[in-house]
Design a protein around this ligand. Structure first.
Ligand SMILES: [Zn+2]
Length: 398
């Protein structure tokens, strides 16, 4: 008899634990610059500002590029530590990681940090992802319980339907942490620039999706239980062929490998003896960019401690770029990947739900602090080796 009572109690307590586990929906708008929310185009973000938490800006980690920062958000680590140092790079065996190579992005060996969904899994919390860099790993222990294979042209409505379907699964199958990703502000920003009509209409469309999402969550009766976090990975700044740093001439006569995101550029000479010579030439011509040896990168970038970072690093002045070097394959009106302390590289952070303070405005938040914030919300222990710090962000919670 005692045994049965114990079993019934165990099941009941388990159900109470599930009922008390919070829900968090984490939405990322790629390349949504901090000030896009101040253009009078975003009534739904304005509503969250009133009801929940809003930050002046959201500082990306360096480099201010999509994959490194989505991984920083989900692991709480700087790119040099979680290993995804750019959207495209090589390891010491010359194997390539590239965001467009499905086999590479699914290969667990590149990912040195623990994503929140791994931490959640160890704590018996179900998770799901309607896209997020690093969510499709072949190792089932290292990816969300539910995930979608990335499709760049997936209709917005289908993504929202997918999230609502997950939230209406039977309790035992329902994920409590869900990510959702939209590329549109990044794509349109690159193409048309940050002051274009096209980016303004994309900002308005993204904002309307927040409205739809909140309405749909209300209709399934979960308005009071779902905590919604809306953020972006980085900002954007206009570039022009008139503000071109002629990298081809600068490297003329040298045999070296160049990894250029048009903004951040890394150089590896084929012959070690060329290293000081290339550096000297770049240093002598240093105009509208900064050149560093990897080892002498200023500490605040946290970008020197990974062997995949090439030995010479160039960071252009905001708005200047290695335009002609990349022009052939990459015509662009705006870019990111610059110094992450520049406010143009900052994104947005908004949050609303029963865990967050009401009508609370704060200054700039750092993206490595989101992982410990998620752990705090779910009441679970974060990994110890992270760069994020709960003390820098916990004040936004009730
Ligand atoms: Zn981009």
């Amino acid at each position: 008899m005692k045994k049965y009572i114990a079993i019934i109690l165990f099941v009941l307590l388990g159900q109470i634990a599930v009922a008390q586990t919070p829900y968090v929906l984490l939405v990322s708008f790629d390349g949504f610059r901090w000030d896009y929310a101040n253009r009078g185009l975003t009534p739904n973000l304005d509503a969250i500002k009133k009801e929940g938490v809003s930050a002046l800006s959201f500082k990306p980690s360096f480099p201010s590029i999509t994959f490194p920062n989505h991984l920083s958000i989900i692991t709480g680590m700087y790119p040099q530590n979680h290993g995804i140092i750019s959207n495209y790079f090589k390891n010491c065996q010359n194997e390539i990681y590239s965001l467009s190579d499905t086999a590479a992005v699914r290969n667990p060996k590149w990912y040195q940090g623990e994503a929140f969904w791994e931490t959640a899994k160890r704590n018996n919390i179900k998770t799901a992802s309607y896209y997020w860099p690093g969510s499709e790993l072949t190792d089932t222990n290292r990816r969300p319980d539910y995930f979608k294979a990335y499709n760049h042209t997936e209709p917005h409505q289908k993504k929202i339907d997918g999230v609502i379907n997950w939230l209406t699964l039977p309790q035992s199958e329902r994920p409590h942490f869900i990510t959702l990703y939209f590329h549109d502000t990044d794509s349109q920003g690159h193409k048309f620039g940050t002051d274009s009509r096209e980016i303004d209409s994309t900002i308005a469309v993204m904002d309307s999706l927040i409205g739809v999402l909140r309405k749909r969550i209300e209709l399934i009766g979960m308005k009071d239980s779902v905590n919604l976090i809306i953020l972006s990975d980085h900002g954007m700044t206009n570039v022009s062929e008139k503000r071109d740093i002629d990298l081809k001439s600068l490297l003329d006569g040298f045999d070296c490998e160049v990894n250029s995101a048009m903004s951040l550029t890394m150089i590896k000479p084929r012959f070690d003896k060329d290293l000081p010579r290339i550096y000297d030439r770049l240093k002598k011509s240093e105009s509208h960019y900064k050149v560093y040896f990897r080892e002498e990168m200023p500490e605040y970038y946290h970008f020197s401690q990974n062997p995949y970072i090439f030995p010479i690093i160039l960071i252009p002045e905001l708005g200047w770029s290695f335009y002609s070097y990349r022009a052939g394959d990459h015509k662009s009106n705006a870019e990111h990947g610059f110094d992450n302390n520049q406010i143009d590289m900052h994104g947005i952070f908004f949050a609303v739900g029963n865990k967050f303070k009401n009508g609370y405005k704060t200054g700039t938040l750092s993206n490595v602090d989101v992982y410990p914030l998620l752990c705090e919300i779910f009441g679970i222990f974060p990994r110890k080796n992270i760069d994020g710090d709960i003390e820098r962000i916990k004040f936004i919670l009730k």
